[in-house]
Design a protein around this ligand. Sequence first.
Ligand code: NDP
Length: 513
Amino acid sequence: MFDPPEELHRSYDRALAKVKSELGREYPLFVGGEKRLAPEKFDDRSPINTDWLLARFQKGGVADAQAAIAAARAAFPAWNALPWQKRVQHLRRVSELINRRVFEFAAIDSLEVGKNRMEALADVQETADLIAYYCNQVERHDGYVVPMGRDPLKGFRATNTSLLRPHGVWVVISPWNFPVALAGGPSGAALVAGNTLVFKPATDTPWVGYFLATCFLDAGLPKGVYNFVTGPGSTLGEELITNAGVDGITFTGSYDVGMHIYRSFAQSRFPRPCIAEMGGKNAVIVSRHADLDIAALGCYRSAFGLQGQKCSAASRIFVEQPVKEALTKRMLEHLERTNIGDPTLRQNWLGPVANAAGAKSYENYCAELRQAGTILFGGRRLTQGDLAKGYFCAPTLVDNVPESHRLWREEMFLPITMIAAVDSLEDGMRRANDADYGLTAGFYGSKREAQWFFEHIEAGTVYANRPQGATTGAWPGLQPFGGWKGSGSTGKSAGGLHYVQQFMKEQSRTLVE
Ligand code: NDP
C-alpha cells in the first residue's frame, strides 16, 4: 500500500484505459444462471465527473427478488449435498479469478466510487483474500464435522458428532463504500458454508456488483447457486428482507437501514440469523506521552482516507490538553499538502464524495459546524475547473464544538473530523465511549497506557500507535473486523476466526450401534 512497485501503476493504467473504452453498456441481472432484464433501467454515473455515463442497469423490483429467491431455493439441495471439499474448490476458483482480474476490477471501483488506485486495489485484493481465508477456515476445521465424546453408559455404544450445516437461501446486501469486499466477503462465506445466494449491491455501485457477479459465475458455480439483482432498496430490497423464503441475511450499511432490517427480519414464523454490520463514530485518544508525528499521520490518514467515507474513519480526536496544539499543527501540515482531484490519477490521494446527497450533506454539516465551533481547515466544496463536474469536498478539521453537540455522536460519513482537548485519558475514554456506535478506535501513548485503552474502550476493532491509520485498515487473517453496540449485531468479526460459522447451524448427531 505504501510503496507499490512501478509495474503495479502500469497495470492499473492499462486496465483503466480498457475500462474507459467500454463505458455506457447495459448490464443484466443473473437469476438461475440466466441473464434477466427488467422493464425499467437506471443510469450509473461517476462521482468524479457526472458527464461520464459508466453503464446502465436494470431497475429490478419485487418480481425479480422473488425469482432470485426461488432460483436459490431450487439450487440449494444439490449445493448442500456436495462434499464440503468440492464447495471449497469452487470458492477457491472465485478467489483466483478475482486475483487475476484485480486491475480491471480496481479501475471500475475507482470510477464508480471515487477511490484512489491504492484504495481500489486494496478493496479488490481483500475480497480475494477474504474468500481464500474462509476456505482455509473450513478446511482447517474439516468442514466443521467434529467427533464428540462417548456417553459413559454400559452396554451401549454411541457415536456423537457435532456438525455445522448451512441454513439454506442467504441474502447479501452491500453498501457502496467497499462495494467489493463487503459483497464478496460475505458471499464467499455464505457459499462455502453451503448456502445458496442472492446478492444485491448498493444502487450507487451496480457495476462493481456486476463485475463481482461475473467472477462468481465464471468460476463455474452450478446454476442458481449465485444470483445477482440490482434495484432500489425500498422495493427490491424490502422484498429480500421480508420474503419468508430467505433463511439468513448479511447486511452492511447504515445504522438506520441496518436496524430496520434487523427488526423486519425478525417478523417471521421463527428466528432467522441476521448479520448486520453498521456505521461508526470512531474515536482516537492521544496521550501526552504519544509520538505526535505518528499520531498526526495516523489521525490524518484515518480521518480523510477515501474522503472520510469508511465505516472505520476517525471522526473524533480527543487529545490531552498539553499536546493539543502540537498535534493540530502537524495535522494541518498534512492537510496543506493533500492532493485532491481525479482519484484515478496517481498523484491524487483524495477523490470526490460518492454522490450528490453526500455533497449536499457535507455543505449542511459545514454550515452547522461553522456556527457551533471553528473550522480550522476546509469547510467548502471544490469547484475549480473540472472538479465542478464531480462531488469534490475539502477535507475538514473542526475545533471548539461543545460536547453536547449532536455531531459528536452522529455518523457524518464525510471528510469531516472534530478535535477536542481532554483533561485526562479517563476524560478522553468517557467521551470516546459516549456514542451508540462501537466499531473501531485508536490510541497513541505509552505501551502501558495502550493496555489500559484496550481494556476500557467499547469497540470491536482497536489499534494503538499505528502510523498507517489510527482507526482504519484491517486484513483477513490479521485484524478481524467488526463492531459492538450499534455497529454490529453479532460480535463476530469479518476476516476472523469466528465468522464463517455464523452462516451455519449446529446439528448434534448421536448414532447408537
Ligand atoms: P445504506 O444503509 O444506505 O445502504 C446499504 C444497502 O442497503 C444498499 O444496498 C441499499 O440499497 C440497501 N437498502 C436500503 N434500504 C433498504 C431496505 N429498506 N431494505 C433492504 N435493503 C435496503 O448505506 P450506504 O450504502 O450509504 O453505506 C454507508 C453506511 O455503511 C455507513 O453508515 C457506513 O458506516 C456503513 N458501513 C459499515 C461497515 C461495517 O463493516 N460495519 C463497512 C462499510 C460501511 P440502495 O442503495 O438501493 O438504497
